[in-house]
Design a protein around this ligand. Structure first.
Ligand SMILES: [Zn+2]
Ligand SMILES: [Zn+2]
Length: 143
């Protein structure tokens, strides 16, 4: 069940609600980097490194979720390209630094933890949105 977060903008007093979206690229059990969109509350987990075999296995189970999203599919193509340039089963590092958010496609994903940064207000577009139901943060579980 999606959990909604209510925000209020410190700059213009606008109030809105967001529901989290959790996405991942590649297996995450051996370490991952987590990116956050502070406009739409999307969390994107990306494997730190990937090798040809684990990428292939992961794709078999998850490819459908990538194909429906242009930006996720672009990341997939980029990972394919890097693996094609690697020798044999050598893992490659997925050192992406800036990415457009695959959900709202408007903001960039940041590698800052959720909650450490105000959200972007959909009305005045400044980063001034603070949660007005902080108590719910404590029961929210990351994937
Ligand atoms: Zn977004
Ligand atoms: Zn605002």
């Amino acid at each position: 069940m999606p959990l909604g977060f209510e925000y209020r903008c410190d700059a213009c007093d606008y109030e809105w609600m967001l529901f989290s979206t959790g996405l991942s690229i590649g297996p995450t059990q051996w370490g991952f980097r987590k990116f956050t969109c502070f406009s739409c509350q999307t969390f994107l987990s990306i494997s730190k490194t990937i090798d040809r075999n684990s990428w292939k296995v992961w794709l078999e189970n998850n490819q459908s979720s990538l194909i429906n999203n242009t930006l996720l599919n672009e990341l997939k193509v980029e990972i394919d390209r890097r693996l094609d340039n690697a020798r044999g089963l050598t893992p490659v590092k997925l050192d992406f630094n800036s990415m457009r958010c695959p959900t709202c496609q408007k903001d960039d994903l940041l590698e800052l933890p959720f909650g450490e940064h105000p959200m972007r207000c959909p009305q005045c577009l400044t980063l001034s949105g603070n949660s007005i139901n902080n108590d719910r943060l404590s029961i929210y579980r990351f994937e």
